[in-house]
Design a protein around this ligand. Structure first.
Ligand code: HSE
Length: 433
């Protein structure tokens, strides 16, 4: 059996997991790949005397791996934007295939990377960048190749999902975030998790793979979970909904919606049951209908599972000198459609609105009349007399699906009412239809 050589750059959580799984399951993996996958060099920017690499050459210069003529596939696991980009571009220039778990790199620089890779005839694979061990990129790129994919919605940040799950028991946001950091779930900069940036990286990649459009991270809308209170979580539950931090991509007219924000989802929907650090991605295809992909979105060996699946794909092509390549985003580069990301005012959603009102006669009628003037249909409305505080009473409204523009205008008018205190709390809601 032929050997295909891989060089690993980065020996952190995912690098260590990849090394260990490649060794532990070597014969199984070789059987699947039709070749031996040999780790020929490992690099980490810090000395790693604590990690037993056996006889495999180790270097603290990650560029040694991309400059090694024996390396066929570079596995980039250092994370971050700039050095990772330099490393990947250098690998491509040297005619090496690349497997990466770096969602930030692909979401931000992917268009340029694929263009360079195509010119060189090399593969760049990135399954591990999205939803960790869940093979959702492969599912969309290959398993759903017959479909026109209409929308994708996912819980694609484990840290955020862990925080929202724990907050259901009444815990405060900051306290749970600290625990998530101690448990090692969060990114180096946890604002990437809680402000939706990490999820927006992943959603950008999902949308491009699903719809066959160029990567448009800079146009994604991101709203975090740091302002979500146990109060709204409890009231959403009372209305039959659960708050999840979702990434949503949807075709709409001549554009796409691309947005990450807290979202009310029906308690009865499977995605509402996805708790803790787990991830899940719903994909709706015109032929297949709704499909759901669920599992660990992070972790050393779970993410290694996706890295190695990509290595196996690439190794098959290397071992057989095959000119066949699955396109980077599942569509040939020349077939990518120019569907721009729509401004948020043009998206359509249902909305949870919480209003603090003075306890006067007629306030509810004024609020209802503003909603009606803006063409907003109310699905449910609750006024919590029992929660009266300093003469203020919470009014909670769930709307039917409307355009965001209408809701923005209605909120402006409601906030201008003399009987309303402070800002209206607005959380989008989704029924997955
Ligand atoms: N910080 C990420 C998460 C890790 O919490 O999902 C995996 O991308």
């Amino acid at each position: 059996m032929k050997d295909v050589n891989v060089g690993i750059c980065g020996l952190g959580t995912v690098g260590g997991g990849t090394f260990n799984v490649l060794n532990r399951n070597a014969s199984q993996i070789a059987g699947r790949a039709g070749c031996n996958i040999r780790i020929s060099r490992v690099a980490s920017r810090t000395e790693r005397t604590d990690f037993d690499l056996g006889d495999i050459p180790f270097t603290t210069d990650i560029f040694d791996v991309v400059n090694d003529p024996d390396v066929d596939i570079v596995i980039e696991l250092i994370g971050g934007y700039e050095t990772a980009k330099e490393l990947v571009m250098a690998a491509i220039k040297n005619g090496k295939h690349v497997v990466t778990a770096n969602k930030a790199l692909i979401a931000v620089h992917g268009n340029e990377i694929f263009e360079a890779a195509e010119a060189k005839g090399v593969i760049v694979a990135f399954e591990a960048g999205v939803a960790g061990g869940i093979p959702v990129i492969k599912a969309m790129r290959e398993g759903l190749a017959a479909n026109r994919i209409d929308w994708i919605a996912g819980i694609i940040n484990g840290t955020g999902n862990f925080i929202l799950t724990e907050m259901r028991a009444g815990r405060e946001f900051g306290d749970v975030l600290k625990e998530a950091q101690q448990l090692g779930y969060a990114e180096a900069d946890p604002t990437f998790d809680v402000e939706g940036i990490d999820a927006a990286h992943k959603l950008t990649i999902l949308a491009s793979t699903g719809f066959g459009v160029p990567l448009q991270f800079e146009r994604a809308y991101t709203e975090g979970i740091s302002k979500i209170t146990p109060y709204d979580i409890a009231h959403a539950e009372m209305l039959g909904y659960r708050i999840k931090h979702l990434g949503i991509a949807r075709r709409r007219g001549n554009g796409i919606e691309l947005r990450v924000h807290p979202t009310l989802v029906p308690q009865g929907h499977l995605i509402a049951q996805v708790d803790g650090v787990l991830n899940a991605v719903l994909v709706d295809g015109d032929a297949v209908g709704q499909t759901l992909y669920y599992g660990p979105g992070a972790g050393d060996e779970a993410t290694a599972s996706a890295v190695i699946a990509d290595v196996v794909d690439v190794a098959r092509a290397v071992a057989t000198d095959s000119s066949h390549r699955v396109p980077y985003l599942g569509f040939s580069q020349g077939a990518l459609e120019d569907l721009p990301v729509l401004p948020m005012e043009d998206i359509q959603s249902a909305y949870y609105l919480r209003i603090q009102a003075e306890d006067h006669p007629g306030v509810l009628a004024k609020v209802a009349s503003i909603l009606s003037e803006h063409g907003i249909n109310i699905e449910s409305i609750v006024q919590k007399e029992s929660e009266l505080e300093d003469g203020k009473i919470p009014v909670i409204i769930l709307t039917h699906t409307v355009q965001e523009r209408q809701v923005n205008r209605a909120i402006e008018d409601i906030e201008a009412l003399a009987d309303i205190v402070g800002q209206v709390v607005r959380i989008r809601a989704e029924n997955f239809s």
